[in-house]
Design a protein around this ligand. Structure first.
Ligand SMILES: Cc1cc2nc3c(=O)[nH]c(=O)nc-3n(C[C@H](O)[C@H](O)[C@H](O)COP(=O)(O)OP(=O)(O)OC[C@H]3O[C@@H](n4cnc5c(N)ncnc54)[C@H](O)[C@@H]3O)c2cc1C
Length: 420
């Protein structure tokens, strides 16, 4: 779900800070110092937003429209932090103004801490944005960002007053941000995992065409979730521990949790080749806001590409008998063999008058395309809401073409299967 409250809140925070900073700039500060510290301050606020979003708290999911969106904003905020930090670094005067006591206004250790944090930040950002570095290699080094955040606080708190008045109006905003950011950091490192962990054991591992269905049995309480949500799956034991996000493909009322995992890299291959029933699994979640039942619009188009089927599987498995939505479901796969669960979907569609299934096989020249949808759908494209999950090129192409056809952005809901 697209939600703008979170983005608007960040823009408002930055705006308030800028106004306070510029309105109450101390007289002894040169314009250059005021502007440079403004950029540094904005960079710090964006970094704080990034840190706060990493807590994965539900309230922020509501504001941003899901954890995948939160991570996108986390990444963008991190990138802008580095840009602002660099401009701040190059624009801040390197010498104290004439007549200022160098002992009372010493830039040590603030300048050195600032320098160290900026170097680490830029390296960290390079690693985070470099897709050639695999997720598992990137994950632990990324934790260094917590240290960078603490260093930036140290840089600001030690800055001499001739560069930054800590207890000015805008300085107090930064101090509050530093407090919130530090609490968020501690929570992420020590509290979050305990709060969300639920224990399961593997009941069965089913091999499908290029995918594996893993069925989990709860050890204690069953995880409560809504169709379309996902969770982090952490298989216990040596070589498994890194958590991976997967959409829950079972319905919430089942006593088992099912995940359908496409074989993509080392971890998902290991699941297929080595995972055995009985092994313990920690599941953390649920997360995500890809919920087609919340919207007022009764005419819906669901588009799944390949493994992007999983959130829709859960929605279909959970659908009540009196569901009054008109659902047009396009399921795109390479061919019938690769269209996992197609038989189940066909059986559901045959059983329900409100569901029309369109299997699309690219080997037969049938793709998930807007011009094809226009021909097949009974009403104008603008009368529907769209729920799309699949490979990025497919999703981007559909979004672009739907917008060209006049469909509003808020009527298009997308689930991204990646955070980076
Ligand atoms: C919200 C969400 C829901 C998803 N639901 C499903 C699903 O239902 N079925 C399915 O098959 N896949 C799903 N995925 C994708 C799945 O998480 C990856 O395919 C899987 O983690 C790949 O792991 P790998 O080591 O085998 O592959 P790799 O080749 O190492 O990674 C392939 C891709 O997955 C990303 N990735 C790898 N490890 C992680 C990790 N620990 N955390 C986050 N991203 C990672 C990488 O950045 C890369 O883009 C989902 C992803 C997200 C973000």
């Amino acid at each position: 779900m697209l939600r703008l409250q979170g983005i608007n809140a960040i823009i408002a925070l930055v705006g308030v800070f800028a106004v306070l900073h510029l309105s109450f700039a101390p007289e002894q500060h040169s314009l250059r110092t005021t502007l440079s510290t403004l950029l540094g301050g904005i960079g710090f606020l964006l970094m704080t937003c990034s840190v706060v979003l990493a807590t994965r708290l539900e309230v922020f999911e509501e504001m941003f429209g899901g954890l995948d969106r939160m991570y996108q904003v986390h990444r963008v905020a991190g990138t802008f932090t580095a840009v602002f930090a660099l401009v701040h670094f190059f624009s801040i005067p390197k010498e104290l103004p004439a007549g200022v006591d160098p002992i009372l206004s010493s830039t040590f250790p603030s300048a050195q801490i600032g320098m160290a944090s900026m170097v680490l930040l830029v390296i960290g950002l390079f690693v985070a944005l470099n897709r050639k570095i695999s997720y598992s290699r990137w994950r632990n080094p990324h934790k260094v960002m917590a240290l960078v955040y603490i260093l930036v606080i140290g840089h600001f708190m030690n800055a001499p007053g001739i560069f930054y008045e800590r207890f000015s109006a805008s300085g107090i905003v930064l101090i509050l941000a530093a407090l919130i950011g530090t609490i968020a950091l501690i929570y992420t490192m020590f509290g979050m995992n305990k709060r969300t962990a639920m224990r399961f054991t593997i009941e069965t591992v089913n091999s499908l065409e290029r995918a594996t269905e893993v069925v989990l049995k709860p050890v204690g309480d069953m995880l409560k979730f809504k169709p379309g949500q996902f969770a982090f799956v952490e298989i216990q034991g040596k070589g498994w521990s890194e958590p991976h996000p997967f959409t829950i493909s079972s319905a919430p009322n089942e006593r088992r949790l099912r995940f359908t995992m496409k074989v993509l890299g080392d971890w998902t291959r290991k699941v297929r080749e080595e995972l055995q029933p009985g092994r313990e699994v920690i599941v953390r979640g649920p997360y995500g806001r890809f919920d087609a039942s919340k919207t007022e619009c009764k005419k819906q188009v669901w588009i799944a590409g390949g493994i992007g089927l999983t959130p829709f599987l859960s929605k279909l498995r959970a659908m009540s008998a009196d569901d009054d939505r008109e659902i047009n479901f396009a399921y795109a796969a390479r061919n019938r063999e690769e269209a996992i669960f197609l038989e189940e979907l066909e059986a559901v569609a045959a059983d329900r008058s409100n569901l029309t299934l369109y299997p699309l096989f690219s080997d037969e020249g049938d793709f998930a395309r807007v011009d094809a949808a226009k021909e097949r759908l009974p009403d104008e494209l603008t009368e529907y809401e769209y729920f799309i999950c699949g490979p990025k090129p497919m999703v981007d192409g559909l979004m672009k073409d739907l917008k060209k056809e006049g469909v509003k952005r808020k009527a298009i809901h997308v689930e991204a299967f990646e955070f980076r």
